[in-house]
Write a protein that binds this ligand. Structure first.
Ligand code: ASP
Length: 316
């Protein structure tokens, strides 16, 4: 089964075979990126517009580079300084953009569901680059590719996702993806940062790192999403680091070959020890960044192919 969607809005609607199709193509792009040299310009003649309503460094740069490597014309809209500030609604912005006929629209938005809403109003392919605390599909896919390359498989692994689960779109997309591929997922964090109902997601929940990390293959740390907290969720960052920050001592509870991941940006000394984050024998944080470009190349190529197969009026 190939990837048959018009948009990439989340992981929850993908079939395991579609996830595999994206990862297989991304895997070959990762090798090509490492080797360097010319690439087939499969997005030549297409226009990619990046609309980031929320600050981003790595994700925006990664999408930009991915589009350029494949020959797309890439435009970054400065949404912070845009007409949104002048009171334009999201729908009006979408309709204005739509009239310019872009082919690929990459959107990040602070509100959960905003990207799905926008996708209903435009007839180009929309890629969700993170919406509120809802989904961040390319992050979960790049994490999956990193795990698959490091561990040689993406099933029957035990993966701990640690920290601020409640505010994290990265956690949600990863829980969907890892579950669909038949892995065991554990969530570890203070009860204030574990969403109500998490136990119904087919995961195990822990509030103690030593217990939760026991014998896991993968440790995924999350940033404290202070911008999405509207109250005090932790007593202090010092106390948080003491109980939930990953250091060599806590990591010793995981399997000896367990890998350490973080989506970035990292708060060293808050959720992770700086030395551990830089330890190339345990940390795959730089590989995650590398796989991000490959996954975005693959996702945009697959969406562009579907678009080419589909007459324009069907998209309207
Ligand atoms: N970069 C990721 C995101 O946009 C993770 C984070 O910001 O902590 O969701």
């Amino acid at each position: 089964m190939a990837f048959r969607h018009q948009h990439l809005l989340g992981i929850s609607t993908l079939h395991p075979e579609e996830i595999r199709a994206i990862l297989d193509l991304a895997d070959s792009y990762a090798d090509q990126n490492r080797a360097g040299g010319p690439r087939e310009k499969v997005l030549a003649g297409l226009t990619q517009v990046n609309m980031f309503f929320e600050n981003s460094t790595r994700t925006q740069a990664s999408f930009e580079l991915a589009g350029k490597r494949l020959g797309a014309n890439v435009m970054n809209m400065a949404m912070q300084a845009s007409s949104i500030k002048k009171g334009e609604t999201l729908i009006d912005t979408a309709l204005t953009l739509n009239a310019m006929h872009p082919d690929l629209l990459v959107v990040r938005h602070p509100h959960s569901g905003a990207v799905n809403l926008l996708a209903e109003k435009v007839n180009c392919a929309v890629l969700n680059a993170g919406d509120g605390r809802h989904e961040h599909p390319t992050q979960a896919l790049l994490d999956a590719l990193t795990i698959r390359r490091e561990k040689g498989r993406l099933h029957r692994l035990s993966v701990a996702i640690c920290g601020d689960i409640a505010h994290s779109r990265v956690a949600r997309s990863n829980i969907f993806l890892l579950g669909k591929m038949e892995n065991r997922v554990r969530l570890i964090g203070p009860p204030t940062l574990i969403p109500a109902g998490a136990a119904d997601w087919g995961v195990e929940v822990f509030d103690d790192m030593a217990e939760g990390l026991r014998d896991v293959d993968v440790v995924m740390m999350l940033r404290l999403q202070k911008e999405r907290m509207d109250g005090a969720f932790i007593p202090s960052t010092r106390e948080y680091y003491h109980r939930f920050g990953l250091d060599a001592e806590k990591l010793a509870h995981a399997r000896p070959d367990a890998i350490v991941m973080h989506p970035g940006p990292m708060n060293r000394g808050v959720e992770i020890d700086g030395t551990l984050a830089d330890d190339i024998n345990r940390s795959v944080i730089q590989e995650q960044v590398e796989m991000g470009v490959a996954v975005r190349m693959a996702a945009m190529e697959l969406l562009a192919r579907n678009r080419a197969d589909c007459p324009r009026e069907v998209w309207a």
